[in-house]
Design a protein around this ligand. Structure first.
Ligand code: HEM
Length: 508
């Protein structure tokens, strides 16, 4: 009865009623906020300030897999100041890159990327938004579409021929540093498409120290350097010396791009429409007025830099690992060579039209990507809103890594996962195009690699030709199991020791 009276009193005074509703809302909100305390994924024990950083080690993909084996396929880590979720199963990768693809499409601001790139005006590190969508669409339509990729088949054929010449010059039975030559191929193939000429030979190579510049660059872009985990303490980068290294590498690239752009702007330079390189196309777009977004010269340079950062190392790593695995698995090598020699016959040059008939070789490449994905934890994503994955809450602004390296070796998805066996793909529909989440070397969803066609055909043609033109063996006295397979962790990960092999010409 008393409570009824109280209610009557309330209804007679609008002010009191308003205050009462506010109080109720507050109570309700408080109740909800205790109820909705996020149900985070399992988290290994943390230390003050650094959180879980000490558990990353020098090979984060390996440490993260060990933690996943212990705590489950989704784990929550506090990496310095950065809340991070790591996903290590195909099922959960699908949730990240398909179910919640849009909500998880941002790229986090990584300090080293900010200094190495043009203030994140590039594709790979641009935050999700109108600018990123525009640049990505432009690159895919103008530069990386199947039609454009096809129009550059002559560049690949010439560069593969140059690779074969370089291997032949090793004068059998001497050993050849195959890794170095594969690096030249990957760079020149991209440079010719992007900038109209290669830089691996003659004066250019020494003048620009191109290979070295790229190596430095890849090393710096790990995104796993200590300062990247304490964004509010930028001075750490100065203390570790990283800042000055980043700035000097960036300046070298910038000077290099200035030179090449000046060459391209020379009024005497004439290019047929069909043979325009990527820089020609970008400069044309910049001049045309019908542009949705005004492309600045920094934007143009940023796109070029992206192509180098994303395109050369990944192609090189795939070829380097494919050849290493083949040499360590002679039966697989023999089967792949038998297939190619049957399809191509006595013709010395492999053509791109031969590639659709090389099913076993394609299985070799898939198997290489399963065990050695060039970007072992992809590029980081960041949640733009709260999402739920596998009943766990992922709050806004959490960094997400997908451990593709661990997924490729997950016994839930693969039989004998540590064994190099391309046969597993021969009668399987599993592909690497971003639909089968147990094999995602190019990522998947909105943020997947836009150059999947370019990357794949560049790898396939070079590998097919190397297997067709030469018989391969290790130098006498070296056994496959003695090869040093140690890797260098970075945003892309490659073997440290070069592959030294003997290439016996197949054709007299
Ligand atoms: C074997 C070759 C290649 C592999 C395995 C590869 C792999 C990848 C991976 C894993 C990502 C990150 C995807 C994600 O975070 O979900 C990526 C992104 C990217 N790749 Fe590739 N890539 C290759 C070749 C290339 C080439 C040749 C180019 C350029 C010519 C290129 C340009 C890019 C760009 C621009 C991005 C950033 C996409 C974005 O964030 O929107 N890639 N690539």
């Amino acid at each position: 009865m008393a409570s009824l009276q109280w209610l009557l009193q309330l209804s007679s005074s609008p002010f009191l009623l308003f205050a009462f509703i506010l109080l109720l809302l507050k109570l309700l909100f408080n109740q909800n906020s205790t109820k909705t305390k996020p149900n985070l994924p399992p988290c290994p024990s943390k230390l003050p300030i650094i959180g879980n950083l000490h558990q990353l080690g020098t090979m984060p993909h390996l440490s993260l897999r060990r933690l996943s084996n212990k705590f489950g396929p989704i784990i929550y880590l506090q990496l310095g100041q950065i809340p991070t979720v790591v996903v290590s199963s195909a099922k959960l990768a699908k949730q990240v890159m398909k179910t919640h693809d849009l909500a998880l499409s941002n790229r986090p601001p990584i300090f080293s990327a900010k200094l190495l790139f043009y203030d994140c005006t590039d594709i790979a590190f641009a935050p999700y938004g109108a600018y990123w969508r525009h640049i990505r669409k432009l690159c895919i339509l103008e530069l990386l579409s199947a039609k454009r990729v096809q129009s550059f088949s002559y560049v690949r054929e010439e560069e593969v021929a140059r690779l074969v010449r370089r291997v032949s010059e090793s004068s059998y039975p001497a050993t050849v540093n195959l890794s170095k030559l594969l690096g030249f191929y990957a760079n020149d193939n991209l440079c010719r498409v992007a900038l109209g000429r290669g830089f691996s030979h003659g004066r250019d190579y020494d003048r620009h120290g191109f290979q070295k510049m790229l190596e430095e660059y890849q090393g710096l872009l790990g995104g796993f350097s200590i300062g990247d985990f304490f964004p509010s303490m930028e001075f750490i980068h100065s203390l570790t010396g990283l800042k000055s290294k980043l700035q000097s590498t960036f300046q070298r690239f910038d000077r290099f791009f200035d030179e090449v752009i000046t060459e391209h702007l020379d009024p005497d330079r004439h290019k047929e429409e069909h043979s325009k390189d990527l820089l020609d196309v970008l400069l044309d777009i910049q001049k045309s007025e019908s542009n949705e977004i005004n492309l600045t010269m920094d934007n143009v340079k940023a796109i070029m830099l992206d192509m180098f950062a994303a395109g050369t190392d990944t192609t090189f790593i795939t070829l380097d690992w494919a050849m290493t695995e083949l040499i360590m698995n002679p039966k697989v090598l023999e089967t792949a060579q038998a297939e190619i020699r049957k399809v191509v016959g006595d013709r010395r040059v492999v053509l791109e039209t031969d590639l659709p008939h090389l099913d076993y070789m394609k299985a070799v490449i898939k198997e290489t990507w399963r065990l050695h994905p060039p970007a072992p934890v992809l590029l980081p994503r960041e949640s733009m809103e709260d999402v739920t994955i596998d009943r766990f809450d992922i709050p806004t602004k959490t960094r997400i890594f997908v451990n593709v390296w661990a997924i490729g070796r997950d016994p839930e998805s693969w039989e004998n996962p540590e064994c190099f066996a391309p046969e597993r793909f021969v009668h399987s529909s599993i592909d690497f195009k971003g639909q089968d989440f147990e094999l995602i070397p190019f990522g998947a969803g909105r943020r997947s690699c836009p150059a999947i066609t370019f990357g794949t055909v560049s790898v396939e043609l070079a590998l097919a030709q190397l297997l067709h033109s030469f018989d391969w063996e290790l130098q006498s006295g070296t056994e496959a199991k003695e090869l040093d397979l140690t890797e260098n962790f970075g945003i892309t990960m490659h073997k440290i020791a070069p592959l030294m092999v003997i290439a016996k010409p197949h054709f007299p």
